[in-house]
Each structure stands twice: as structure tokens, then as C-alpha cells.
Design a protein around this ligand. Sequence first.
Ligand SMILES: Cc1ncc(COP(=O)(O)O)c(C=O)c1O
Length: 387
Amino acid sequence: MMTSDFVSPRVAALPPSPTIAVAKKAEELRRQGIDVVDFGPGEPDFDTPEHARRAAIEAIEAGMTHYPPGRGLPELRESIAEKLERENGVRYDPMEVIVTPGAKQAILEAVFVSSRPGDEVVIFDPGWGSYDAIVRLAGATPVHVQLHPDFTIDTGALRDALSPRTRSVIVGTPSNPTGHVLGGEELEILADVCTANDLLLISDEIYERISYGETPISPATLAGMQERTVTVNGFSKAYAMTGWRLGYAAAPRDFVDAMLKVHEHSVTAAASFVQVGGIAALRGPQEPIRMMVEEFARRREIVVEGLNRLPGVSVSPPDGAFYAFPDISGTGLSGTELAFRLLECGVAVTPGAGFGDDWDTHIRLSFATGEDRIRAGLERMGEILSR
Ligand SMILES: Cc1ncc(COP(=O)(O)O)c(C=O)c1O
């Protein structure tokens, strides 16, 4: 037997991350000396605020290099609870907070805790590919519900997708890849569906601080929702701390205690000194975030305007996150075909297929890249599409 024969079907069936696949191809071309404008990145192109970096360095120097408590440092859990009350209007006890190595791990723990074999988990398309993968890893079944063309929730499709086996719903607001922020009516519908059918809601709020209009609303603030919601957030996007691997979840105590079991038997804890950086990020000056979001807002205008000038391409401004998800079906190409063609000409984008089988009518462009590069990329796209 080859070692590959030992890979279980559950893992073998997982598709690779589309963002990472594009990044690899772009890197390959760069190694060949080809200049590639990269619209792929899923992370801010800014540095972690100075005060957070300093705090972590000082923590290492002070000897904070041992196992921290599994649930997370008490001071960090307190700062997270304060943040959730101050900014999101939802009150959690610090014991209802668990600190994880990234929001992704928090989502995984929530799904592992809540899913029984054969359970179904509702996820929305287009959506982040890791939701599907995490549900499969947990041995549950993802049920994909298609969003409306404007990326709002299709209530009929959501209700039709429910079965006696439905256990939970995962939703991201603002969304990756669409940038859509759930509106008041959508939240009401979601809350209604969850309470009426006794479902758990896993609310991924990782892009929450990056929004351009209305402040995103945390679903846990809706009547009857806090007791059935796992609020997930983290430091990766808001504080440009992707490499630190720091996130968290807040939920009723018994659920968090169950997450802690998965946590302690897998990752043990988020790194100790990294958590000190997290405290500084939350409690220190928030000016760096404001500046980053202002910069994203400027780039958003450039990207949206530039894309809408391209033949066969149309997009509405995203409400949040740093992605544009244009409909490219007017080009006569699929997202995958267009992505390959663009790559040959030095522009890397992510095909819509990476966010749902029915969405290869779109591509995703991240504007976590400098303005000059954005303009150069749009120009190249114009040349290719007008050929
Ligand atoms: C929608 C969404 N949720 C969660 C994450 C994971 O964030 P973290 O770096 O905190 O694991 C990402 C990262 O790309 C994301 O796009």
C-alpha cells in the first residue's frame, strides 16, 4: 500500500483552497520573472499596529513562553467581552469566551461540537470554501443554499433547504467573497428560521471592522438569538494579524465548555505571547484600523469603477471586507477560464467556482493590494477583455 492509500475519503474529497491555489500559480509565474498583479490575497497588506507587536515582544522577553490556560488569558477574554459589549451591543461573561488560534479554528470547534453524524449544516453560496470543508471534516453534511443575485438571503431557498436533520447555519457578515453585510430584514428572517426550527447559528464576523456603510449587526443581538448563536471573530483582518493566528468565539457557557474539550485535545491553546498582542490590539489606539479602512474604501471605489468599465463585467460596491465579486458572465467566459486567461497576462484573480459550484459566473478580486498595482491590474484586464 502507498501512504496515499491511507488518506481517508473524507479528507481526499476536500478541494484545495482556491485562494491558495491562485497564490501558488502567481508565485510560480513570478519565479519565472513574470510580473503578476495579485488580486488573490485574503489578508490586509498592512502591518500589525506597532503597540500590538511591542506588547508581544515584551511578553516573550518577560518569559511568557509557557502553556497559557486553554480557554485563553483571562485579561484577553475580559477585553474581548468588553469589545463585544461596546462595539456589538452583546453582553458576554469572559467565561463565555474562548480564545482560539484563528477564527477558523473557532468555527471548526463550533461545528465539531454541534454536529452529530448525519447532521446537516446550512451554508450560503457564494461563500467561503472553508465552511464546506469544516462541515465535511466534522462528518456532517453541508447543505448549500444559493443567495439571490444581489447576494441577499433567498428566504424560500433557505426554508426549502431545511430538513429534520438540519442542525445549524453558518453565516458570514460581511461576507467573503461578496462583501455583503446582512440587512435588518435578512437578520430577522435568519433569527426566525433558527428559533422556529431550533437551530444553532454560527456567525462569522471576522470582517466586521471593515465596512463602508452601515455597521454590521451581530445576529446575537436579535431577540432569542444569543442563546443559540456562536459569535466568531478575531484579529486577522481588523488588526492585520493573520500570521499571529488569533481568534475567538463567544457563546453560552455550556457550549464554550464543550468547545474547550475539542480545543484542549487538539491545539491546546492559542500562543501565550500572541494573546498579549491581542490585548494590546483591543485596548490600544484604534487609529490604525480607521486608517486601514479608509484606504480600503478608496481602493474599493477604484476597483468598482474600473471593473464596471470592462466589457462584460458588472459589480456593485461591496458593503464590507476587501473583496469585489463581479459578475463576468457577459465576457462569454467562465470564472475559471477568465482566471486562467488573466493569469497568462499577469493578473491573478480567484474564480467564483471556489465559492460555490453555481458561481463560476463571477471572479473574486481582493483589493488588499496597493493602488498602483490595482490600476495596473485593471488596465491589463481591460486590454485582455477588449481583444
Ligand atoms: C470568511 C472568513 N472567515 C474566517 C477566516 C479565518 O480567519 P482567521 O485568520 O482568524 O482564521 C477567513 C480568512 O480568510 C475568512 O475569509
